[in-house]
Design a protein around this ligand. Structure first.
Ligand code: PMT
Length: 395
């Protein structure tokens, strides 16, 4: 994918944050991929990494002042904004996100973002509490709605000692994410959300209700969608398989978690694949202590979980929706009912015995009056065929 960056003109904005130390490596990798990079630093960024370092790695003078006469004589801020094929801000602080959303132009970087007609991408990096804060979450959502790409943040341990979401994605991941903006494929630039895997519904602190979904089908679709040029968010129940590169993964446990995660992102989604085997029921009450083996029998009272894909189907502004149906009998009849009742655009019907858990699957895809069968094959191969089919259906 990196070849997409050949001769691309990239403005790398650097704002104040400890992750700025990774920005130098990011510049090097962007240049290795063939891009021409000009660095724009905020005043706070210079507390973390020197302009001299960024100048040395980029091979171009660093831009840091909106009112620098010399810089304006060489390449003024308006030309700089027009020069860019993409503006990537990495790290993007919470403050920078808030200022961008408000359309402020009180430093060179925010001014460029107003001037440019190129795509803008942010790689947020901040303390996990700051990222989780509703103000930041709302800003991120509003920025996405304006068409600004948000890469990450990733999860893990942070410089401050906390653990959680807020780490800037690694330079290699950011290079791929930027390259994907220039990729041309059947889903080029489309924003795809995929649910995958099972859910766990707690009975007590050590037991839960689940199913045999491995996540393989959903993860294979994520990989195929990335290869077709899509930006992919994978909302996954608990699985033990590796996350494909370049996807943004949101790990969830229960059906309610999955519902909340989907709804938090669905406004910025073009295609929704509901591959997860979602638990239809959860315990009405979850025991706070481990249920002891004293009674001869135990009765669990179950209540309905929300139906995620039907919830998406009921939205006024909805993406193209691809549901799956895992059936043990009357596969096509039941699948067609789900297609209608859940207001889906397309449904992929498979037999539980064939598709669930293993490496292969055989499916029948139904949409409108059409129907196509795919004989048993590896889930990766099948995923590529399904992506092709969806690409054609939305073209
Ligand atoms: O994960 P693997 O081991 O690779 O297996 C793949 C698979 C068999 C799980 C996959 O191919 C598949 O069929 N997924 C859908 C499984 C399922 O739960 O089907 P369903 O018929 O119960 O649900 C129909 C649709 O509604 C599905 O798109 C499902 O994601 C969705 N649903 C169901 C219940 C619910 N509460 N919310 C939902 O969104």
């Amino acid at each position: 994918m990196e070849q997409c960056l050949l001769n691309k003109q990239i403005i790398l904005g650097v704002t104040g944050g400890i992750a700025a130390y990774k920005s130098a490596d990011l510049v090097r990798r962007l240049r290795d991929a063939g891009a021409v990079v000009r660095v724009v630093m905020t005043e706070n960024a210079k507390q973390f990494i020197t302009p001299l370092t960024m100048q040395a790695v980029s091979g171009n003078p660093v831009h840091d002042d909106l009112f620098d006469l010399q810089a304006e004589a060489a390449m003024g801020h308006i030309e700089l904004g027009k020069w860019a094929d993409v503006i990537l801000i990495a790290p993007a602080s919470a403050d920078c996100m808030a200022r961008l959303l408000r359309g402020e132009a009180n430093d060179l970087l925010t001014t460029l973002c107003l001037v440019t007609s190129a795509p803008i991408a942010l790689a947020p990096a901040m303390n996990q509490g700051m990222w989780k804060n509703t103000a930041t979450q709302e800003n991120a959502q509003a920025l996405r709605a304006k068409g600004i790409h948000i890469f990450g943040p990733g999860e893990g341990s942070q410089a401050c000692g906390d653990t959680g979401y807020g780490r800037m994605l690694e330079p290699v991941e950011l290079v791929d994410a930027v390259a994907a903006l220039f990729q041309t494929g059947s889903l080029s630039g489309k924003r795809v959300i995929i649910t995958a895997g099972p859910t766990h519904e707690a009975i007590d602190p050590v037991r839960f209700i689940t199913n045999a979904s491995s996540g393989k089908m959903g993860y294979a679709i994520a990989e195929a969608a990335i290869a077709a040029g899509a930006h992919v968010t994978l909302i996954s129940g608990p699985v033990s398989i590796a996350t494909p590169s370049h996807v943004i993964k949101m790990a969830v446990t229960t059906a309610q978690d999955m519902f909340d995660a989907v709804m938090s992102r669905i406004a910025e989604c073009d295609i929704f694949f509901s591959v997860a085997a979602v638990g239809d029921y959860r315990c009405r009450t979850v025991a706070t202590q481990k249920i002891a083996k004293t009674a001869a029998s135990v009765t669990l009272e179950l209540e309905r979980n929300p139906d995620i894909v039907a919830g998406v189907g009921a939205l006024v502004k909805r993406p193209f929706i691809v549901g799956f149906a895992a059936e043990t009998e009357n596969v096509l009849v039941n699948a067609r009912k789900k297609l209608m009742n859940k207001k889906l655009d397309m449904i992929v019907a498979n037999e539980v015995a064939v598709g669930m858990g293993g490496d292969d699957n055989a499916v029948t895809v139904l949409w409108g009056e059409q129907q196509v069968e795919f004989a048993k094959m590896a889930k990766q191969k099948l995923a590529r065929k399904l992506i092709e089919l969806v690409g054609d259906a939305i073209a």
